[in-house]
Ligand binder design. Structure first.
Ligand code: SF4
Ligand code: SF4
Length: 371
């Protein structure tokens, strides 16, 4: 079992590395912030809403995966998440995570959690994993999904005992979700175990999110209120509240530039929902592609539910229009009757409104060895 002190030390080191990655993202728009990479398309489950898995694919050869990680590092990527299929089915996942960390990149894992056991968690600790996310879809398994709290709760307890990395439990809500109250129960369980929690919105087969009824909207609001992280909370309020009301979001998607999705064939796609474009091999993806996708509008943006791309793109809004964007986020927080956290007010003063803001910016860049 991991000691609380060891866990705290690793968490602190991770916060510093995350802050450094964010500082780099603010300093330059010419590199990806987050890449999701698929080491295997196969999955050990078959959720009926999922279009991201098959039952037959072999793992991508390890050498090929290591080359792809090296290429993402050469592009300046600051965070790499392994997704799938089920990435834990890759036999050399630990070596892949180790390679990410040797480049100084933050390493994440999106998993269904079924293959976790104490030994596997210790190996992920040893490899240097920074964060792990499990989506828990319901409380009791049904014909749609077996990613269920009843099945996974033991795995979550193991994570609480052994993991040295951050854990986030993602719940889901959508017009087709049969038991919306499950999401609230799952979110509360995640917090009780000391994990983070988020909520994903499930769209229908056409990619469109149907407006929520009053029950689902109420559950969403309760879960959002549990989330104490300002950035996530503000994001949920600004973007997801619009979507669940059936309203579009007015935002600039930076997929293909600040966010890359690299499939098992080594091709770069905008995201998991827009596979096929640009479809350029990663080893030929370069500055001109990053530049083009940074500023090209995406027609799917208004009703997009891909939260990680919202959050990454929001960083660029903060860099390019800091006052307007901060005002939007803080206002979203206020609408909930909550004062923005002290840290946010302090950062706003330091880097946006203070007459010494240029000096503070230079000092921050020097502190992160980016100046
Ligand atoms: S566990 Fe994940 S990848 Fe596998 S079928 Fe379900 S949603 Fe898809
Ligand atoms: S708007 Fe959403 S769905 Fe469209 S490319 Fe961007 S992330 Fe993907």
């Amino acid at each position: 079992m991991v000691t609380p002190i060891r866990r705290r030390v690793r968490a602190l080191a991770r916060r510093v590395r995350t802050a450094r990655a964010l500082a780099r993202a603010f300093k330059s728009k010419r590199h990806p912030i987050l890449a999701q990479i698929v080491p295997i398309r196969r999955c050990n489950l078959s959720c009926t809403y999922c279009n991201e898995f098959d039952r037959v694919s072999a793992p991508v050869p390890t050498e090929r995966m290591l080359d792809r990680i090296d290429r993402l590092a050469a592009l300046g990527t600051t965070m790499i998440d392994f997704s799938g299929g089920e990435p834990m089915l890759h036999p050399d996942l630990d070596a892949l995570i180790g390679r990410v960390r040797r480049h100084g990149i933050l390493a994440g894992l999106l998993t269904n959690g079924y293959l976790l056991n104490p030994d596997r968690i210790e190996r992920l600790n040893g490899a240097g994993l920074d964060r792990l996310q499990i989506s828990v879809d319901n409380v009791t398994p049904d014909d749609v999904s077996k990613k269920s709290l009843r099945v996974l709760d033991k795995k979550l307890q193991l994570l609480a005992e052994h993991a040295e990395f951050d854990v986030n439990i993602n719940t889901v809500l959508g017009a087709d979700v049969r038991h919306p109250a499950d999401a609230l129960l799952i979110a509360r369980r995640a917090l009780a175990l000391g994990f983070g929690t988020s909520v994903g919105l499930i769209h229908d087969g056409s990619g469109r999110l149907l407006p929520f009824d009053a029950v689902r909207a109420g559950v969403f609001r309760e879960i959002a209120a549990l989330n104490r992280t300002f950035y996530s909370h503000a994001h949920d309020t600004v973007y997801q509240q619009n979507l669940i009301a059936g309203q579009p979001n007015d935002w600039r998607c930076r997929a293909g530039a600040r966010y890359l999705y690299v499939c098992e064939d080594g091709l770069v796609h905008l995201c998991s929902q827009q596979r096929g474009y640009p479809g350029v091999p990663l080893d030929r993806y370069g500055a001109e592609h990053l530049e083009r996708e940074y500023s090209s509008p995406k027609p799917c943006a208004p009703f997009c539910t891909v939260s990680c791309v919202h959050r990454v793109s929001l960083l660029d809004d903060l860099r390019e229009q800091p006052l307007d964007t901060l005002e939007r986020l803080v206002e979203a927080h206020r609408r909930r009757g909550q004062a923005p956290p002290v840290t946010v007010r302090l950062l706003t003063w330091l880097f946006v409104t203070s007459s010494h803001r240029e000096r503070f910016r230079r000092m921050a860049l020097r502190a992160f060895r980016l100046g």
